[in-house]
Each structure stands twice: as C-alpha cells, then as structure tokens.
Design a protein around this ligand. Structure first.
Ligand code: SAH
Ligand code: SF4
Ligand code: F3S
Length: 476
C-alpha cells in the first residue's frame, strides 16, 4: 500500500499535543506517516483549542490558509479535531465548506473509519459523540523514533470543576481516569525508548482515580518514580482546592519528582474567586503554598491568572498584585478574561473593558518580571543539574565560513528540576566536547541571569545515561 503523508497542526494545551500523537498513531493503520512538509500532505489535521477567543481565531485563520491550498490540490483531505470541533460540530462545515471531516475529543479511536470513508468519497463526516466512560487507550501514542527527551502522558480526561469562565468541561466531557497499569506501562515503554522525562497530564491531577476507586495521585507518582531509565517526572495541572498533604510530601520523598508545581490561582481576591467557582479562598491558597514549602523549601511555584474577570474592581486587582508579591511566584501565565460560549461567566454583568484589561495585564506582568529576575539572580553562583533537551543555537565560524556548524561551540539548552531554562556552551566542557549531550543530566554553574533564562558553565555530567536512542553524536 502506498505511504500517504499526514500533516498535523496542533493548537492548544499539552493534552492536544498528546492527542495529536494519538491521532498519528491511529492513522498508521491506514498507512499515513507524519510529515513536517505541509505541501507534501495528503491529509491535514488541525487539532483545535477553544479556551480563549484568540485560540479559536487562530484555528479559523489557519483553516483560511488551507482553503487556498485545497484550491490547487482538490485531492487533499482536511480534518478538524479537538475542542473547537467538539463544540461546533457541523457548524465548522458551514463556515469552512472545504473541510472533509470533523471529529470531537472523544472520537480519536474512530478516526481511521472516518478517514477511510472520506478517502472513498463517501461524503463529509462529523463525529462529536461524547463517551460516557473513558475511551480505551489501547493504542497508546507511537514511541519516539528520533530522540525525544521529554514526553507527555495523559492520565485523565475531562473536568468536573465547572469554573464559571471555562469551556473545558463542555468540550472534554466528564472527568475520567486511566488505569494506573496502563499509565505505568506506557511510561516504561517510553523510558525504554530513551525518553528521560514525562509530564503527567490532567485538568486536575489531584483528583486522579477518585471516581473509579483507582490508586491516589501520590501513589501513581511513587509508581512512576520506580520506572527504570526515567530521570524526571513532572505533572500539570493541580487544582489548589484538592492539593493534599500526601502530594506535598511526595516533593520531599520522590527523588525523580521535579521540584516544581504549577498551581493556578486565577485571582487574589476572594469575591472574584467565588464568582469564578474556584472553591478556595486566598487564605486557603496561601496555606497550601506554605505546606508545599514546609516539605520542600526549594520548590518552584508557577501559576495562571485571569485579569479583568467580570466584576473585577480595581481593589480586587490590587489583591491579585498583592498575592503575587506575597507568594513570589517563579513564573506565571496571565490571560485577559475571554467570553466563552456555554461558560456561565459569559452571561455575567459588569464586563471589564478591554482597555482596562490590557492595563491590568501589563501591570501584572511587570510585577512578575521583577520577581522572576530577582529569583534568577538569587541562583547566580549556584550549581544546577540540567536535563539537556537539545541544541539551542549553532554558532557559525567567525572566519567567514558562514553556516558551517562549529561543533566545539554548540550551545545546549535544558531545564533544572525547578523548571528554569539554562543554556550553556559545550566547548566549556572539555572532557565531553564532542559528545551528544541530549538527554543527559549536566551540572552547570550559573553565571548569568536573564529575564527568561539562565546561562552557565558546565562542570561535568552528573549522571550519564546513554545518549537518547536513535540520535547520532554531533561529532559524527
Ligand atoms: N485545568 C487547569 C486549567 C486549564 S485552562 C486549571 O484548572 O488550572 C488554562 C488556563 O487558561 C486557566 O488556568 C485559566 O487561567 C485560563 N483560562 C481558562 N478559561 C479562560 C477564559 N475564558 N478567559 C481567559 N483565560 C482563561
Ligand atoms: Fe477549566 Fe476549572 Fe476545569 Fe481547570 S479546573 S479545566 S479552569 S473548569
Ligand atoms: Fe484548549 Fe481544549 Fe486544551 S480548549 S486548553 S485544547 S483542553
């Protein structure tokens, strides 16, 4: 059978990145292979996100590009999946008539059948059926072929929290957890294929397994910690209301668990938190932060914020700034509140004008930039263990021999356990100057602190697992 080319465009969160891998895996049965060249594609799939208006706009502007592509190549097939597909279903076909298939967040396993149908010109199809139970993950994403250091593993789908601004419960359905055996065997296969770090994904990992009576999330982490060959475990996202003492303790007790937690707070004002239906107060949040720091004093904490939520007064916003100064987050993501169809907050009064939202966003980011830089500076002179993710930049030879990579001066990039980006030059590491460092832990002495990254001098490799499979040494 002829090999066909599949191009996948992923918009949205890490879950969509994972789902895109699943999509590629299920389509191997129809002889599709992933390509990075959109011009060579026989099938293009857009995996979409509905979280904010901007994400949705991105989807439709990409689809606009595809309509032009299809005009020149009528045989090209176009599929739309993910959260916008789930929410809009048939409407996508109206708005983008050149699309051949629309599949929702619960339809990935049924995708090969749909693609077969459109290949046979059996007409356009839409499948946005939601499963009541979790879709069996009997076909886990394909294993990495060419050296991937870090991978996502979805451990649960859906969300039952119904924060009033959020579309996720409507587009991802009810919360459901995968069985721990399936998760661990997927991690074992990834580790055996050379993956060194996994990030476990769920909208609220703290309630993992509760509904189904599976093991608790900290127990799952302990089992992942025992997987041979794996060096690091991360997870996201953790809802503050469900953060348990057992999880705080795991940061102290599990050596592979990275010393970083993403703990979205959204606002520092109690009335706003209430209107958001977050089900914790500012005080509860500060207690959780204190407990995390009690068990693991060096833990890095990051967060998400929404500015300009309906009814947010200047005094509420001041409370948010005050919380940022009190906690001293390591980093944060901040978003202007965006009305979402179906989410109850879209029907709330007292919308904050965009101009005001912009001003608040600006002030919040300035406040955090100051803290981030201060935190980065406090690491000057320290020695950090960095998991190398890849080459960040190739220097060309200074003598005019432009473009030719200078192996000795490769610049590598990686992260510390606390999720700080560290760059360093390989030639400073005499003993290993010709080796491929991807996937290795390297000890780096921090010499420069920038706004978004650190720069340092490599000392030596801390532990030296064999280089990631399938990658040749750069010296070769
Ligand atoms: N499950 C995660 C969040 C997933 S969405 C949690 O509860 O933390 C990621 C982030 O997008 C949220 O934390 C929130 O800050 C932001 N977000 C969600 N809906 C939004 C909206 N309607 N407008 C602006 N930001 C939004
Ligand atoms: Fe959305 Fe809230 Fe669920 Fe997070 S916890 S996905 S913000 S509803
Ligand atoms: Fe977006 Fe869906 Fe993720 S709405 S943030 S892709 S769960």
């Amino acid at each position: 059978m002829k090999v066909k080319n599949l191009y996948i465009q992923t918009i949205g969160c890490q879950m969509n990145v994972y789902d895109s891998e699943k999509i590629a895996s299920t389509l191997v049965s129809l002889n599709y292979r992933k390509t990075a060249d959109i011009g060579a594609a026989d099938l293009i799939i857009v995996n979409t996100c509905a979280i904010r208006e901007k994400a949705e706009q991105k989807v439709f502007s990409f689809l606009g590009r595809l309509s032009r592509l299809k005009k020149n190549r009528p045989n090209l097939l176009i599929g739309v999946g993910g959260c916008v597909a789930q929410q809009q279903g048939e409407k996508i076909l109206e708005r983008a008539p050149f699309v051949d298939l629309v599949f929702g967040t619960h339809a990935i396993a049924r995708l090969p059948r749909m693609v077969k149908g459109v290949e046979k010109h059996a007409g356009r199809v839409v499948d946005v059926e939601k499963a009541s139970a979790i879709e069996p993950f009997d076909e886990p994403p394909e294993l990495p072929k060419s050296g991937q250091v870090s991978r996502f593993v979805t451990i649960m789908q859906g969300c039952d929290n119904y924060c009033t601004y959020c579309v996720v419960p409507y587009v991802r359905g009810r919360e459901a957890s995968r069985r721990p055996e399936d998760i661990i065997s997927e991690i074992e296969r990834l580790a055996a294929a050379g993956v060194r770090e996994v990030t476990l994904l769920g909208q609220n990992v703290n309630s993992y397994g509760e509904k189904e009576g599976l093991c608790s999330f900290p127990e799952l982490l302990a089992r992942a910690n025992a997987v041979e060959g794996l060096l690091r475990i991360r997870f996201t996202t953790s809802h503050p209301k469900d953060l348990s003492t057992a999880l705080c303790r795991a940061f102290r007790d599990l050596p592979k668990l990275c010393r970083h937690i993403h703990l979205p707070v959204q606002s520092g004002s109690n009335p706003i938190l209430k209107r958001m239906n977050r089900r914790y107060t500012r005080e509860n949040y500060l207690e959780k932060v204190a407990e995390l720091r009690k068990f693991c004093p060096q833990i890095a904490i990051s967060s998400d914020f929404i500015v300009g939520f309906p009814g947010e007064e200047p005094a509420d916003f001041e409370q948010t700034l005050d919380l940022i100064r009190t906690v001293e987050f390591d980093s944060l993501f901040a978003f202007k509140y965006s009305d979402r169809f179906e989410a109850p907050a879209s029907r709330f009064n007292d919308k904050v004008p965009e101009r005001e939202q912009n001003m608040r966003l600006q002030r919040l980011l300035e406040e955090q930039d100051r803290i981030t830089l201060f935190k980065h500076r406090s690491l000057l002179g320290s020695i950090q263990e960095v998991l190398v993710e890849g080459v960040s930049r190739r220097h060309s030879l200074p003598n005019g021999d432009a473009g030719k990579p200078l192996v000795g001066a490769l610049q590598w990039t990686g992260r510390t356990s606390a999720n700080k980006i560290v760059n360093f030059e390989q030639d400073a590491l005499r003993a290993l100057s010709r080796e491929n460092l991807k996937g290795r832990l390297v000890r780096v002495k921090i010499e420069k602190a920038h706004a978004h990254s650190l720069w340092g001098i490599p000392l030596n490799t801390a532990t030296v697992p064999s280089a990631v499979k399938g990658e040749k040494s750069y010296a070769a």
